[in-house]
Write a protein that binds this ligand. Structure first.
Ligand code: UDP
Length: 412
């Protein structure tokens, strides 16, 4: 059997690949459509780039569509994102009508694809309204929520849940995120692709070239955070942690690298706040990267001594998974998917404040043996739980479950 899936066998084992092929057999030829709102930037796009070719390799007729919109549409969907993650603001009726109008325009463009599909995955709130516009669909529709919706604002949840109810199932990344619903709920954590440019092994020379490119001193410790410039990622808190750790400890360097996502209108404003906080400290490197900077991000994660992800809210935190795969200990916010990846005293530390992060930075930098040991454990945790092959297996199982209902299934 040929195909890209076989390239994963040396990492996860032949047996896992055989299982995937068996599981996909009854789904061969089915038309599967994924819909989200950006091809570049953020974890959802990152996953879809890799998942779609693997589904195709398994014989599924998989495709990926992206909804487009104007500034007000993305203003509205960013507010939805923020309020689902607990921000207390309301969204005006006018903006909600605009959200519906833009979804309707997208539906006109995608109508044939969506009505003919056997399974449609709608990712996050941006295209959520599409199901409401498609009453004559023949396939099963699944809402895939990637964000921490455990404490959503009431107004926004009340609005969205009337459309979520029209779906055949919902998928969340963690049990804690799931909201009660009349249809089946599934929990599927995301994953990283060990063979993507973001995660493949790099030659030492390629990693080393980043020192001169970004004027980083190879002789001093480096900590980094890779993230969209988003307040939930707390980049300013990272700068504060760095400043505190550095004032008593080693002459640290900090890299804050990120790009913008086309569906995120707040990025430029947050970047300005970060640049102001970094002031003129030559050891803080704020890098605005293009969307295809995967090898650079890979290299930055590899040259870092410790990787931070000091989020205040987080869906899953693929940046954490990526760095763990590269044997890096993580200091992360005690939120969302970071909680299941960062195990205190095993793969890193979860913290709630810049002070906590600073303390742990100094603790780890003082004990290099421990730091290396945390990194090794981190990679193992990812190998067992958060690689794309596990994710694919769960999506295949999910598709079989929604297509067959309770037929051939034992309900507990
Ligand atoms: N990422 C990127 N360029 C950037 C910032 C982030 O390619 O400038 C990638 C990052 O490597 C990760 C994804 O975008 O794969 C971010 O996913 P995560 O779950 O950490 O956060 P999200 O942005 O989805 O909230």
């Amino acid at each position: 059997m040929s195909g890209i899936l076989n390239e994963y066998a040396p990492i996860v084992g032949e047996e896992i690949i055989d299982q995937l092929r068996q599981l996909a057999e009854p789904l061969r030829g089915l038309k599967i459509v994924h819909v989200n709102s950006t091809r570049e930037g953020g974890g959802v796009a990152e996953i879809l780039h890799r998942l779609i070719p693997l589904k195709q390799d398994l014989g599924l007729d998989a495709e990926w569509e992206v909804v487009t919109g104007d500034a007000d549409f993305f203003l509205c969907t960013k507010k939805m994102h923020n309020t689902l993650q607990g921000n207390r603001e309301t969204i005006s009726d006018d903006l909600l009508r605009h959200y519906e109008k833009i979804n309707a325009a997208n539906f006109e463009r995608l109508e044939n694809t969506l009505t003919e599909a056997d399974i449609v995955f709608i990712h996050d709130p941006q295209p959520l309204f599409l199901a409401h516009l498609c009453p004559d669909r023949r396939g099963k529709w699944i809402w895939r929520c990637h964000i921490d919706a455990s404490h959503p604002s009431r107004q926004v949840w009340r609005y969205l849940k009337q459309f979520i109810a029209g779906y055949d199932a919902s998928v969340y990344s963690l049990p804690a995120f799931a909201q009660p619903s009349d249809h089946p709920l599934y929990v599927i954590p995301p994953s990283i692709d060990p063979l993507s440019e973001k995660n493949i092994e790099l030659k030492e020379s390629e990693i080393n070239s980043l020192y001169s490119r970004y004027e980083i001193d190879p002789g001093r410790p480096v900590i980094s955070q890779i993230s969209r410039f988003d307040r939930f990622k707390d980049p300013v808190g990272v700068i504060q942690a760095y400043q505190m750790a550095r004032s008593f400890g080693p002459p640290l360097q900090l890299i804050l690298a990120g790009g913008s996502a086309s569906d995120d209108p707040e990025g430029a404003e947050v970047l300005e706040e970060v640049q102001a906080a970094a002031a003129d400290d030559p050891d803080i490197h704020v890098l605005l990267l293009p969307p295809d900077a995967h090898r650079i991000i890979n290299g930055i994660q590899r040259l870092s001594d410790i990787v931070l992800q000091k989020s205040l809210k987080e869906g899953f935190g693929l940046t954490v998974t990526e760095a763990m795969w590269k044997e890096k200990p993580i200091i992360g916010g005690d939120v969302g998917g970071i909680c299941i990846q960062v195990v205190n005293h095993l793969t890193g530390f979860r913290v709630n404040t810049p002070e906590g992060a600073a303390l742990r930075i100094r603790y780890l930098l003082k004990d290099r043996e421990l730091l290396a040991q945390y990194g090794k454990t981190a990679r193992l945790l990812v190998l067992e739980n958060y690689l794309l092959t596990r994710h694919l297996r769960e999506y295949l199982t999910l598709m079989l479950a929604v297509l067959r209902g309770s037929e051939n299934r034992i309900e507990f």
